[in-house]
Design a protein around this ligand. Structure first.
Ligand SMILES: [Zn+2]
Length: 637
């Protein structure tokens, strides 16, 4: 994906990072200097009773090492990969603290509500903290058949520590008979209880666990001791019957990613994938695993693979870009220090391009369809009124809150999704500039090989600044990269990048022919795209999801949340609306809508006579087709 203040130099020392990260200004010292009581020899122990996870809750019991006197323990707030203060504090319930078998009074901090204070009596070296972890409000993390276990939701730890030095020994008790998968190493199993080795807190939180009744593990790739696994958990067993053709494409993921980056920073990688219509669509990256959540028929329906086939490749790519290479000010030493998200235009923006690129190169999506995909996202970015006032840097800076925004008027507000979508265009632009300026000798792949050096490290972090990125790009292809990013990211850019299309040998056109990606998305998500014609997108049953500012629908007074009841006197159906749209081209009569909102009905006439309109890319004759080269498989399969 979809935390804490550090000086880069400080981070480089504390994290044992390889490579220098340049200082990016003065930022207050982080609160990560406390003496750590939970050491490797004397770790915090955590027993997570997940046997009730199918019913929507778990019970966590911790023994936290302490010393007598005032002590503060905290619940993780700023969650890596979620890029915000999203630790679900309201899901913490039935908190009980005891010392040596006797209850110990606790109180919540009045300002920092993630912090809890106790007074540890003399002679006490650990306190027992126990609480109920609610799983399904507001996010759904479990069903009667599956549970997604994010350890950060199930633990407390000592305040102000460096999470590389703080050790936890975790155990889990699974629902009877369920399977599980995680990047953590198990040391012992008794029945449904699994004990894991003690690991630094950062590694535990970086290693989510999925468990479930219906489980299928597929070895996607192996080389020596290194493995890549696909671990699928479904609500229904038939959703695990993945067609051989789809699985075969996923086996190309690792070879393509290794060809792209020329390095590896994981030893055993698990793509943990839930297949459920109850658990929301989500992907969260980790060093040696990803927490992927998709609809029930995601792995069996080719349309899903076409529309959202970059879910696993996007998160996999993050192992290199986001976990190994990370913005200096997003890199923190515990989960209470706020993350700075300004450089997400690299972390997420470039990754959106790379995740898509891997999905096409691996054959999860047909490489020849990339131009149509690109046309869809280009037209989306080109019709956002919000871009005339908000530079991309403001969206990344405000990301922790924009991620929480709901859909209405998203084109006016702009959303966190924009630095993904526009990021794709931006980094395609970078790729084509490198290819053109070096006459095809280099590409963004060359940059990524340098970016992710050295070849094999295991899961560590190496930070970067904006200047580091520009310097490295300059080594690959000399160019004023600073001015380039200034123009497209740091200043208001009224139009999305467009040089990349021309350089790649393509141009954008609009026609009545449906764009295949828009068509597939509409079908899967029960939407009806009229963004470039009337100027709205419809959801189920004619509900207006968004209205484009300045469009004919906007001019006529339509707004999100309205429900179209009738079109030209006929009850609304997709086919009725389609007929009306096509007819206007001949009749030049406004389309008359009856809409409902909050029990009130209204008649709205929309003056649009242009017929259906969809974006497409077409070739510029006589120019090299860079898109074909970029998306072609790069690894030998
Ligand atoms: Zn991401």
């Amino acid at each position: 994906m979809k935390s804490q203040l550090i000086r880069a130099a400080f981070a480089a020392v504390m994290l044992g990072l390889c490579g220098a990260a340049s200082a990016g200004g003065l930022i207050p010292e982080p609160n990560a200097n406390a003496v750590v009581y939970a050491t490797k020899a004397n770790p915090e122990t955590l027993v997570l009773d997940a046997s009730t996870a199918g019913r929507g809750f778990m019970t966590s019991t911790m023994d936290i090492p302490v010393v007598p006197g005032p002590f503060t323990f905290v619940y993780p707030e700023w969650i890596p990969g979620e890029h915000g203060p999203t630790g679900p504090l309201a899901d913490v319930s039935q908190l009980r603290v005891s010392a040596d078998g006797r209850p110990l009074a606790w109180r919540r901090d009045k300002v920092d509500m993630y912090a809890f204070h106790v007074e540890v009596p003399q002679g006490i070296s650990s306190i027992k903290v126990r609480f109920t972890v609610l799983l399904n409000s507001p996010d759904v993390m479990s069903t009667p058949n599956i549970a997604v276990v994010n350890w950060n939701r199930a633990l407390f730890y000592q305040n102000d520590i460096n999470y590389h030095d703080y050790y936890i020994k975790a155990s889990i008790i699974l629902p009877a008979g369920w399977g599980y998968a995680t990047a953590l190493s198990a040391v012992h199993r008794t029945g449904d209880r699994i004990d894991f080795a003690e690991v630094p807190l950062t590694k535990l939180v970086d290693s989510p666990l999925d468990c479930g009744r219906y489980f299928r593990q597929v070895l996607l790739w192996q080389h020596g001791d290194a493995h890549q696994w696909l671990d699928m958990f479904a609500d229904a067993p038939q959703d695990l019957d993945v067609p051989a053709k789809i699985l075969a494409a996923y086996k190309n993921m690792a070879p393509e990613a290794l060809a792209l980056y020329g390095s590896r920073h994981w030893n055993n990688y698990h793509s943990l994938l839930t297949l459920s219509n109850k658990i929301g669509y989500q992907g969260i990256e980790h060093h040696q695993s990803s927490d992927d959540r998709a609809p029930a028929d995601y792995m069996i329906k080719p349309k899903w693979q076409m529309v959202s086939g970059d879910l696993l490749t996007h998160e996999f790519s993050h192992s290199w870009n986001g976990k190994y290479r990370r913005p200096w000010d997003l890199t923190t030493l515990n989960y209470q220090i706020p993350q700075r998200t300004d450089l997400l235009w690299v972390y997420e923006g470039m990754n959106q391009y790379l995740g898509d690129l891997l999905s096409f190169r691996a054959g999860i999506r047909a490489p020849g369809q990339y131009p149509q995909y690109l046309a869809m996202i280009y037209s989306q970015m080109a019709t956002e009124p919000g871009r005339t006032t908000e530079p991309l840097i403001d969206l990344t800076t405000a990301a922790p809150y924009l991620y929480q925004a709901s859909g209405q008027y998203s084109s006016i507000r702009r959303t966190a999704g924009d630095f993904y979508t526009e990021g794709e265009l931006l980094w395609l632009d970078v790729d084509t500039i490198i290819r053109t300026r070096t006459h095809g000798r280099h590409s963004l792949d060359t940059f990524l090989h340098l970016y992710s050096q050295p070849k094999l490290t295991g899961p560590i972090t190496k930070t970067y600044t904006r200047a580091d990125i520009e310097k490295l790009l300059n080594e690959v292809a000399p160019y004023d990269w600073h001015a380039f990013f200034q123009r497209h990211v740091y200043e208001v850019a009224k139009r999305p990048p467009s040089g990349e299309l021309r350089r790649a040998g393509w141009r954008l056109v609009y026609s009545a022919q449906p764009n295949p990606f828009i068509k597939a998305r509409d079908k899967l998500k029960h939407m009806h795209y009229q963004w470039l014609s009337y100027g709205f997108n419809l959801g189920r049953h004619g509900r207006l999801l968004d209205v484009r500012e300045g469009s004919p629908a906007w001019q006529a007074g339509m707004m999100p949340g309205m429900k179209i009841e009738a079109v030209n006197g006929q009850r609304y159906r997709r086919s009725v609306l389609k007929y009306a749209l096509v007819s206007t081209e001949q009749t030049h009569q406004p389309t008359v809508f009856i809409v409902a909102k909050d029990r009130w009905f209204q008649t709205i006439s929309v003056s649009y006579f242009g017929g259906p309109r969809y974006p497409h890319l077409v070739r510029i004759p006589g120019t090299p087709n860079l898109l074909a080269r970029i998306m072609a498989p790069h690894a030998r399969h």
